[in-house]
Ligand binder design. Sequence first.
Ligand code: NOJ
Length: 533
Amino acid sequence: MITPWYHKTAIYQIYPRSFFDSNNDGIGDLPGILQKLDYIHGLGFETIWISPFFSSPQADFGYDISDYTDVAPEYGTMRDALRLIEEVHKRGMRIVFDMVMNHTSKEHPWFKESRSSRDNPKADWYIWRDRPNNWQSLTIGSGWHYSAERGQYYWASFLPFQPDLNYRNPEVKKTMFDAVRFWLGKGVDGFRLDIFNAIYKDAQFRDNPFTFKLLPSEADPSGFFRQTKYTLNLPESFEFAREFRQVCDEFGEKLSLGEVSGERDTLRKYLGGTENDGLTLVFDFEMLNFKFTAGYFRRIILDLEAAYPAPFMPVYVFSNHDRRRSINRLGEDVRKAKLLHLLQLTVRGVPCMYYGEEIGMTNLSLPRDTALDPVPHKFKFIPRFVFDLLGLTINRDEVRTPMQWDGTRNAGFSSAQKTWLPVHENSPDINVENENGKEDSLLNTIRALLKIRKLENSLQEGSLELTGNLPDNVLGYSRKFEGEKIIVLLNFGKHEKVFQLEHADPIFKLSKMDEIRGTLVHLNGYGGMILKG
Ligand code: NOJ
């Protein structure tokens, strides 16, 4: 079986507003990404996923789209978008856009028309009801909002200004699939799919059943005493994944990566039948809340191996534009971050790294009252420490601060007087230029790992087997492909570990103190190694 490119690739996520500002208005843009393509290419990432840059009032910074086939002026022009696709391809890389299928902006002309009366041509393009039922939005509280103009309530799975499209209307489905075709026709290599598990809602609007559960979790999104039976993960949504895949297939081998949540066997359903005829990948967000222990990673690897055996492939992701930066879960300890990424780039799965994660960018603590992100304003009544205790970043501005390129003003992101979000005060230390110059920096470690990953087919597509009989808090696995074998060893403990292992030659060490002496492996605290068997 030939492994498709989208199961072998390494993904780098760009939040365009914060990556690089080419015209000094304080906001990152597409020409800015163009200028930094060689950086990403030089790092060794093969695929770029860009968060939305389409026309939008930016109430949710692009996740509220008002035209799916045009570019928001603050990010550039259609020509810039096409140039970006071309330049990415010139470098032998791939580019993935972010499709927000579930909802539009309230300012989208379709919604304006839909709400204008009960019998206009787009009256049924959104989900309207005379009276709300008990459904709750993903941001808590009723997701039904009253439109005085139409005298009815519309449904919004996320925030009130993001009305859900009605996919039970074939015209809506066709129009949205045509938007997908528009970009595929322009050469885009695939899509990341925003809240894909919310696409269909119950046709009969049945009330969601009661549950004792208070807080939602990755595996079970029900919470605040309501299940999500009739609002998330409907059988129609799994079928929709297959239809989406068929649209992609019209254009060749395209990546489709679903943002979904639920139990692992639910997530699997988005990937289709045994042949993987649905989405090509899904996020599995449990690991966004990872614990830094060998036991935790042993367990998650086993779970993902069981849930996504070939021809499926898991995705390993530790940060994104909605969640706490991974290094903040590690007490900002760079040694731990190196180990985490050693795992991410060698385990069987597609790694997905969030911009800045490669240099160890940290969350910036910001006041909630002045947040630009709309989400924290909904939760003003809950004190911050509650979120901190739960390990949640409610103000997503904190993880979206400008990329730290160098130690100059605004970290080299922009020469504007004011950037859209403040630059982190640690940028004189934590920046690309600085880390480029230090042999053992996180950045150079990730660059070296991506290089090895590219050279070794077994790391891209080999099978995975956990190694037995290792000391406490040491994790090991071997990857095998066509007679080749790679062994990876990771010490999650802070003390040195010494142990016996079959003969193999080290091709990568996290620190100079990780070494083979005679027949013994010496792993420094938080040390790690890649060996060739
Ligand atoms: C998930 C996205 O990742 C998030 O940033 C966005 O606010 C919501 N979906 C709504 O589109």
